[in-house]
Design a binder for this molecule. Structure first.
Ligand code: NAG
Ligand code: NAG
Ligand code: NAG
Ligand code: NAG
Ligand code: NAG
Length: 587
């Protein structure tokens, strides 16, 4: 149905203009020959006063939040306009061309964005590429634009669902995906030798995809990951974590949920020396302070206590490098320029302010891709000849964006195979109520760079273990006690032997004969054995080591000797009592 609807409306390819029209132009306007030639090749590419050919790109910018959207265009559009000025002013990028942006407001609504996309395609000159921001809008534009062989570059969409080449064949992002922080987390786990972690997530698509990706990465590295989800109220999920003896916990949720989780973590005692929390880095710096309208049952002090020493991971969006990149300005200079362009309005409250460097770099990536395409095009074909049916040039544009590698104001700009931005990640830790950048992680080289601020642990005891450690230890009787008991046992044996000798020596006396000497002898033997078993009971004592086989034998023999001795002693006594009873009963 889509094919039927679009085909009759498709903008006619430039080459299909009737030839008489160019001749008419030539005759009527008495153009210089060269510019008339441009007129033939593409009616839509006007030349500038200084003889430069216009190249057109389309961009949608969400200028207002709407219902829960992202008003990123407020800062990103000025950043893109600034990039446009810089690119058009530079002589070594796209010489002979001038970039022209046609922008519209998508309000972060996919339906409106589709309408704008149709306008880009069917009205005005051919667009060579599109810019898009806000995840829902990027999703629909990146799904639709390939129908016209258009490459889409997104400056503000973090949903991991967009990293799908089959569904979005021509999408690239200068905004790092939310998954980008997972390799950092996993390498941190490896560094601290944690083999077991727990993930606590709220049920949202972006967090579920991130959690799944983290689980897979963990599995590859032999780390066991368990996942707990909650919707709204995290009480039960946190209780389950406590029951599972979770120690290393990665939290994936929005900031209001994060406060609830932290309060519950305090209530269940999941904080302090034995626990490590990883949170998302884009919360505000004092996010853990309770908000009056959320009615948390934790005080500010308790929340601070529970939040202390947690880690956050966040993609770096503004380069701290002092060397200027391809645009000739550094990240800091970019911020100053943008602030000036925005007339020093309150930038912190402006939608998309943190993402503005990404928007600036998105346009540079686009311009450099045009520059690359220009130098790779075969002779008669020119950039301005692009039509929505020109597969060869579309593929070249795609390959050039894919090969992008330059230093922008947001760091090095490179794309992965799935079109994701490869960016550095920054690791922060809350130390004494203040976030401290402890290190950065380079996702392309899988390497950490640590800052001079070291990671700190409660009580300076180093990273806690990832679970309760089960350690075997040998408990032994102290030597002093062992020897004292042995001595007493020895006396017991000597006494038994002495009694036996006495019994045998005076066996002829009536008293002895009447006292059942056989029973007495057996009783003595039993007592001697019981005493002797004490020698074995105290083994292994301090400093005496036994092999496993010997230990087994010892265990069996001390029980057997005690049992035999007890049976002899008690049995003979019972026999005696029974004989006395018989004698007494028969009288
Ligand atoms: C354009 O570049 C020139 C130097 O090449 C510079 O003097 C001028 O200020 C730039 N203009 C803008 C608008 O950036
Ligand atoms: C910009 O887009 C509008 C429609 O959205 C179109 O009317 C106009 O011609 C375009 N301008 C340029 C310079 O592309
Ligand atoms: C900044 O001020 C200038 C001149 O007063 C104005 O033209 C421009 O629109 C203003 N820009 C913003 C973003 O308010
Ligand atoms: C643009 O392409 C030309 C070759 O066509 C190259 O010399 C130049 O360095 C490129 N510009 C940038 C900024 O890479
Ligand atoms: C992209 O990079 C590859 C490998 O470096 C190279 O072979 C290819 O020619 C490049 N393509 C373009 C269009 O620059």
């Amino acid at each position: 149905a889509r094919g039927c609807a679009t085909r009759p409306m498709r903008a006619p390819p430039a080459s299909s203009w009737p030839p008489w029209r160019s001749q008419l132009l030539l005759l009527l306007l008495i153009f210089p020959l060269s510019s008339a030639f441009f007129g033939i090749s593409s009616e839509e590419s006007h030349t500038d006063d200084d003889g430069r050919v216009h190249l057109h790109v389309g961009g949608v910018f969400p200028m207002e939040a709407g219902a829960g959207g992202w008003p990123g265009g407020q800062a990103c559009l000025p950043a893109v306009e600034m990039a446009l000025e810089h690119i058009n002013n530079k002589t070594d990028v796209l010489p002979g061309y001038k970039l022209h942006l046609n922008q519209s407001n998508s309000k972060c609504q996919p339906g409106l964005a589709i309408q704008e996309l149709y306008k880009f395609v069917y009205e005005g000159p051919n667009k060579l590429m599109l810019l898009a921001g806000c995840s829902p809008v990027t999703t629909v534009i990146a799904e639709t634009a390939p129908e016209w062989n258009l490459v889409v570059i997104s400056y503000g969409a973090s949903s991991p669902a967009l990293s799908d080449r089959a569904r979005f064949p021509r999408l690239f992002r200068t905004h790092p995906s939310a998954n980008m922080q997972n390799p950092t987390r996993v390498d941190l786990f490896e560094m601290f030798k944690w083999k077991r972690i727990s993930i606590l997530q709220s049920v949202e698509e972006v967090f579920t995809t991130t959690a799944k990706d983290l689980e897979e990465l963990c599995k590859k590295k032999g780390i066991r990951a368990e996942r707990q989800s909650f919707y709204g109220d995290p009480t039960d999920a946190v209780r389950t974590l406590a029951r599972q003896d979770a120690r290393i916990i990665v939290g994936l949720f929005y900031v209001t949920e994060a406060r609830r989780v932290l309060c519950q973590a305090f209530k269940q005692g999941l904080y302090g020396r034995k626990y490590v929390w990883f949170f998302i880095g884009w919360y505000a710096d004092t996010w853990y302070e309770p908000q009056p309208d959320e009615h948390l049952s934790c005080t500010r002090e308790e929340m601070r206590k529970a939040a202390e020493f947690h880690f956050t991971t966040e993609s770096i969006m503004l380069s701290k490098d002092v060397e200027p990149g391809v645009s000739g300005i550094t990240g800091r200079q970019f911020e100053d320029m943008l602030r000036k362009k925005l007339n020093n309005t309150d930038v912190a409250n402006l939608g998309g302010w943190p993402e503005a460097p990404l928007a600036y770099d998105a346009l540079w990536a686009l311009a450099l891709a045009f520059n690359c395409t220009r130098s790779h095009l075969k002779a008669p074909l020119k950039l301005e000849d692009f039509t929505y049916t020109n597969l060869g040039m579309a593929q070249l544009l795609f390959d050039c964006v894919k090969n992008t590698s330059f230093k922008g104001v947001s760091g090095n700009v490179k794309f992965s195979d799935s079109g994701d931005r490869i960016a550095k990640t920054q690791i922060e830790q809350l130390q004494g109520g203040r976030y401290v950048v402890v290190g950065r992680y380079d996702n392309s080289f899988h390497k950490f760079t640590w800052t001079e601020d070291e990671i700190r642990w409660p009580q300076n005891k180093g990273p806690p273990p990832d679970s309760t450690i089960i350690r075997e230890s040998l408990l032994t009787v102290s030597n002093g006690l062992y020897f004292v008991v042995c001595l007493l046992a020895f006396f017991g044996v000597v006494l038994s032997v002495a009694c036996f000798i006495f019994n045998t020596k005076y066996g002829y006396r009536g008293v002895i004969v009447q006292s059942q000497p056989q029973c007495n002898n057996i009783l003595l033997a039993g007592s001697a054995l019981c005493s002797a078993s004490l020698f074995l009971m105290g083994l292994p004592a301090e400093g005496i080591h036994l092999s496993d086989a010997e230990f087994t034998m010892l265990c069996h023999s001390r029980i057997s000797i005690l049992m035999i001795g007890f049976t002899f002693a008690y049995g003979s006594m019972f026999a005696k009592v029974w004989i006395v009873h018989r004698i007494g009963a028969s009288e």
